[in-house]
Design a protein around this ligand. Structure first.
Ligand code: SF4
Length: 68
């Protein structure tokens, strides 16, 4: 499983980082999400899902099987 972000719509709220800091952080200069590890381990699936659901911009997406 991979998580990808659409940088064009990310507004840098860092809500994803609050929910799952293992994967998400925020670039202070760009004000955009930084994904530490696009391919994440299964044990983080629920936290990543929660982060995706709570992104106010809908900028995050989980991709099964490979990057898209
Ligand atoms: S919550 Fe969404 S809009 Fe905010 S930093 Fe994370 S990906 Fe970007």
């Amino acid at each position: 499983m991979y998580v990808v972000a659409n940088m064009n719509i990310c507004q840098g709220h860092a809500r994803c980082e609050d929910i799952c800091p293992e994967i998400f952080s925020t670039d202070d200069n760009e004000g955009k999400v930084v994904i530490a590890q696009s391919e994440f381990p299964d044990d983080l699936l629920e936290k990543v899902r929660l982060a995706v659901r709570n992104c106010p911009e809908g900028a995050l997406r989980i991709v099964k099987g490979g990057k898209a």
